[in-house]
Write a protein that binds this ligand. Structure first.
Ligand code: GCB
Length: 600
């Protein structure tokens, strides 16, 4: 687990300089990099933008599909003024694993392609001089790592990934790299929890530092007026007439943590924006600030043309504009934690998000669907290592995201094989070990695939609410058979109802692949008309069952996947195209969602 995952800030005691831009880049198919001393830096690579996935910049297929080790190198300047400070590099995400070298010295390695890590480089740098940072990356998939898949070798000797999941294995320095100077004694982490008392609220906090200097915490409202202060590493801030963070009506306070005796010249200051709100599950209701809420929105991907899975603020701005226009209030970070800036925007815009770890592909049937094997996923030599990495990433995810008001729930798996007895001990371990990680005790859940029903799933006791991924009208009972698809879906919902479902049910995936611009009257599968028919069918069913507390359609936008006979250059279930233009279905949801009340 990382010691500190606080988002970088610049102030009197801290600096945050981004090392984005063009880096040097090389593939290392024959693993000669280490032998040839690439860790000291190189100039004979190709230039490669950061942040970006390297794949789509290449015009030859061997490079785009490259699987194995790859290296990035660049120079950066460390000013003399940084002497005496703690000095770190922060990588917001390297997909999927990385080893970091500074001036040829190995600093650390990291596993997991969607979460940040920091490298303490204080002992490796030259002050007042140029330094070299080198990243040795690797993008292979295995059953011992998240997300799960296999790496195979073709007869021509080239490696290739076989993901057990339905998104392209975009790789590289997908998010920003930061150079941080920090005070030696500093804030490492903080937590907040909330109690609402009538018009007022209590913000309970804890602060972790690496020293003994006293801590002062203050809270300022949106106008910058300090409304409460407290002393000590643990305490409570009393807020009179609190402005609550509400869904699609956000209000953010600024929390300032100061470390040091002297308020005028603190040894460290850390500021963040927080929202005061509570989240509870009560019966089949999801309560935000004790009021029931109906989720409307999407499963999404970090995916766009050119830079693949790179975080792009422009794409993100557009996605939020589309989600606001269409009347959405929520999304799931399917199938991995997103860039932290996404959560900041969601905080500001009042969106709720379900935060997912990359525990996807934990099912051999998924591998079979994609051309793999048919055996138990939860029984095999890979489980021990996989479990270690899984819980480690859950720890870092919660550590990173726990203070965001937008985070509604933690999704600990996507579509694992839960009809397999062998899944039960694994689930128990993951749920037991993650139980106390979130000070706000948010709900924990996972998505259930179509195989995993109230009759077949062995792990239905674990989640705090149910997330269902269902595809009648597409993978079965498609086209003219859609009426049978609807009947089957109703049969399934009747069974949940009859069983006396005691927790909320949210539909987190449903939809139909649709080629934008393809029309036919009457419809056929793949046309824009047919997508609307499928979505209308689901809406009719949702409207008839009270325990259904949300609809998050698959997907906000078309996205890249591996090539195959199930995919026409990617997954086309987007309500918008990959370049974010509306399909007919967008207007259907614009109409439906803007009319639905918040507590539908
Ligand atoms: C699913 C997966 C998602 C796929 C989707 C599909 O169940 O969770 O990753 O993209 O189905 O379109 O097949």
């Amino acid at each position: 687990m990382e010691t500190s995952l606080l988002y970088p800030v610049t102030n009197d005691q801290r600096t945050d300089q981004k090392l984005d831009g063009l880096w040097q880049f090389k593939f290392d198919e024959t693993k000669q990099g280490v032998k040839d001393g690439w860790e000291t830096g190189f100039h004979d690579g190709v230039s490669m933008p950061v942040p970006a996935s390297f794949n789509d910049f290449f015009t030859d297929k061997e490079s785009r599909e490259y699987t194995g080790d790859f290296w990035y190198s660049r120079k950066f300047f460390v000013p003399s003024a940084a002497k005496g400070k703690a000095l770190f590099l922060r990588f917001d995400a390297v997909t999927h694993r990385a080893t970091i070298f500074v001036n040829g010295k190995e600093i650390r390695s990291h596993e997991g392609g969607f979460l940040p890590f920091t490298a303490d480089i204080s002992s490796a740098v030259h002050y007042g001089a140029e330094n070299t940072v080198v990243v040795k990356g690797n993008n292979e998939l295995s059953r011992e790592a998240l997300p799960a898949g296999d790496t195979i070798t073709l007869r021509n000797g080239k490696k290739m990934v076989r993901p057990f999941f339905d998104f392209y294995n975009y790789s590289g320095l997908n998010r920003s790299v930061h150079l941080l100077t920090l005070p030696q004694e500093r804030v490492l982490d903080y937590t907040t929890t909330f109690e609402l008392n009538g018009q007022d609220a209590t913000v309970n906090y804890t602060v972790t530092t690496n020293g003994d200097a006293p801590v002062t915490v203050s809270l300022a409202d949106a106008d910058g007026q300090v409304v409460a202060t407290a002393q000590g590493k643990e305490g409570a801030l009393q807020v009179k007439n609190a402005h609550l963070w509400q869904v699609r009506n956000a209000y953010l306070y600024t929390l300032t943590i100061q470390v040091g005796d002297d308020a005028q010249t603190p040894v460290d200051t850390y500021t963040d924006r927080i929202g005061i709100r509570t989240i509870k599950i009560s019966g089949t209701n999801i309560l935000v600030n004790d009021k029931p809420i109906y989720l409307k929105g999407f499963g999404r991907h970090e995916d766009s043309p050119f830079a693949g899975r790179a975080f792009d603020l422009n794409v993100e701005k557009k996605d939020f504009a589309l989600m606001k226009w269409i009347g959405a209030n929520s999304f799931r970070t399917s199938h991995y934690p997103y860039d932290e800036q996404v959560y900041k925007i969601a905080d500001e815009e009042g969106f709720l998000l379900t935060d997912e770890v990359p525990a996807v592909g934990f099912k051999m049937a998924a591998a079979a669907f994609l051309g793999g094997l048919n055996q138990s996923f939860f029984k095999g030599p890979w489980l021990k290592k996989l479990h270690e990495r899984h819980i480690d990433q859950i720890r870092d995810l919660i550590k990173r995201d726990k203070n965001h008001p937008s985070v509604l729930a933690w999704s600990l798996f996507n579509e694992p094989d839960t009809i397999d007895e062998n899944a039960v001990p694994y689930f128990k371990q993951i749920f037991d070990e993650s139980k106390d990680l979130d000070p706000q005790s948010r709900p924990r859940t996972f998505t259930l695939s179509e195989d995993d029903t109230i009759e077949t799933s062995k792990v239905l006791d674990f989640p705090d609410f149910y997330m269902l991924n269902r595809y009648p009208g597409w993978y079965h009972f498609g086209g003219y058979q859609i009426s049978d698809g609807e009947a089957g879906l109703r049969d399934e919902m009747d069974k949940w109802q009859k069983a006396g479902v005691t927790k909320p049910v949210v539909f987190t995936e449903f939809g139909a692949d649709t080629e934008a611009g393809l029309h036919k009257l009457p419809s056929v599968m793949w046309t824009e008309e047919y997508q609307v028919e499928v979505l209308k069918m689901f809406s009719r069913v949702f409207d008839d069952y009270d325990f259904i507390k949300g609809e998050q359609v698959w997907n906000l936008a078309d996205f890249q996947t591996v090539e195959g006979n199930m995919r026409v250059n990617g997954n086309k279930k987007g309500i918008f195209t990959r370049d974010r233009q509306p399909k007919e279905a967008a207007f259907f949801y614009h109409d439906r969602w803007n009319k639905l009340p918040l507590d539908y």
